[in-house]
Design a protein around this ligand. Structure first.
Ligand SMILES: NC(=O)c1ccc[n+]([C@@H]2O[C@H](COP(=O)([O-])OP(=O)(O)OC[C@H]3O[C@@H](n4cnc5c(N)ncnc54)[C@H](OP(=O)(O)O)[C@@H]3O)[C@@H](O)[C@H]2O)c1
Length: 346
């Protein structure tokens, strides 16, 4: 059962240069226009990009100052030692059917791989089901099913797709700045707002928990430096989606990651995915109130999503999440409970 393996497999290679991190972050997890394809894309945008480029140093300074202030002020950080103790949902595995939306993405593929390793049934909603097969292999339908759908199109979201689903993890997204991934109008407005609104509107009211992956900075999209990352609305639309989730009546947990590290992985086979670890950044830092600034391993985010499904008191809560060098909670539900509890206000 499921703890992700002990060492980052040398066979794993990231394709971050091919698929840039959707949001603009610098190497320290602070919002910035970083050198990547999205920067090049932004630089074809004339004045907007110039403003952003000129201000880059300022954004980094501002974010650094903000980061330090948050560290002093909030002190939400809780890290837990790692063990190989059991995985979330083990006991309940057979009774769960987790719908994963965005299962081919960086976080999503780790969520799916981890559910498979725990024997938890999943259903994937994918624009391209073939991608699912190449990532996870042909799985028995009793453990993993794949449906084709684009969240932007309400007609794709046939209620039949959601029959029997008990839990949902949604980690869809696109790039914050124009890129090839916007092709066919797959923009932040369409994916992060229309898509989430469409999805949440059709989810059965019997869902026990919807875990929605958003982003740090969503409550501050009008403020520097976040306003730079929000030039094309990604943070604003994610916040609108969060609000929609909150008022949907569906029991929810919102996870706001910092800048994502580790993956997406190009070695598209299940065993390799499961050998991935959060490298040295396994210690988890959880915050509340959108004060946390930093980076987080995609493996940690995926694990947080899976753990939150089963931790009752995370219902109705919004958490920011980072990870830092050190041992982490691994897949130990008790350690995750303590982490989430450490920032609980009610
Ligand atoms: N990158 C960062 O530093 C950062 C920081 C904070 C928060 N986040 C957020 O964290 C989440 C996970 O990030 P990630 O980098 O792991 O994601 P990612 O690799 O960009 O994956 C996005 C997923 O969404 C799916 N998707 C995109 N448009 C869709 C549509 N119209 N209908 C259905 N599915 C669609 C993609 O499917 P296809 O395979 O079909 O494209 C893919 O599975 C995202 O919401 C992201 O915005 C990212």
């Amino acid at each position: 059962m499921g703890r992700l393996g002990p060492a980052l497999s040398p066979r794993l290679t990231c394709h971050r240069t091919l698929v840039p991190a959707p949001l603009g972050w610098d190497a320290h997890g602070r919002p910035a226009l970083v050198r990547s394809r999205k920067t090049r894309a932004a630089s074809s945008l004339g004045p907007l990009a110039c403003v952003a480029a000129v201000g880059r140093g300022v954004w980094r300074l501002a974010a650094a100052a903000e980061s330090q202030a948050a560290a002093v002020e909030e002190q939400p950080a809780r890290t837990e030692g790692s063990t190989d103790a059991g995985a979330a949902g083990g006991a309940e595995a057979s009774s769960k059917l987790v719908l994963v939306v965005g299962g081919t993405g960086g976080v999503g593929q780790l969520v799916v791989a981890s559910l498979l390793s725990r024997n938890i049934k999943s259903r994937l909603l994918l624009r391209d089901p073939e991608k699912g097969v190449s990532l996870f292999g042909k799985q028995d339908e009793s453990i993993m099913q794949v449906y084709k759908g684009d969240t932007r199109n309400p007609n794709d979201l046939d209620p039949q797709m959601f029959e029997g689903v008990t839990h949902v993890i949604c980690c869809t997204g696109t790039t914050a700045f124009p890129s090839k991934r916007w092709d066919g109008d797959n923009t932040p407005e369409r994916v992060d707002w229309d898509g989430i609104r469409n999805l949440v509107s059709v989810l059965p009211r019997t869902i026990k928990r919807l875990v929605f992956v958003s982003s740090i900075g969503v409550t501050k999209y009008n403020e520097l430096p976040w306003s730079v990352m929000n030039l094309f609305g990604v943070l604003k639309y994610k916040k609108m989606a969060e609000d929609f989730v909150q008022s949907s009546g569906i029991p929810f947990t919102i996870i706001r990651p910092g800048r994502l590290t580790d993956g997406p992985y190009t070695s598209y086979d299940l065993n390799t995915l499961l050998k991935a670890t959060a490298g040295e950044r396994r210690a988890v830092v959880i915050g509340k109130g959108d004060k946390l600034v930093g980076e987080v391993s995609r493996l940690v985010v995926a694990e947080a999503c899976i753990q939150a499904l089963d931790i009752e008191f995370t219902e109705g809560q919004i958490y920011e999440i980072n990870s830092v060098k050190g041992e982490g909670p691994g897949t130990d539900p008790e350690k995750w409970k303590r982490l989430f509890r450490s920032v609980q206000s009610n």
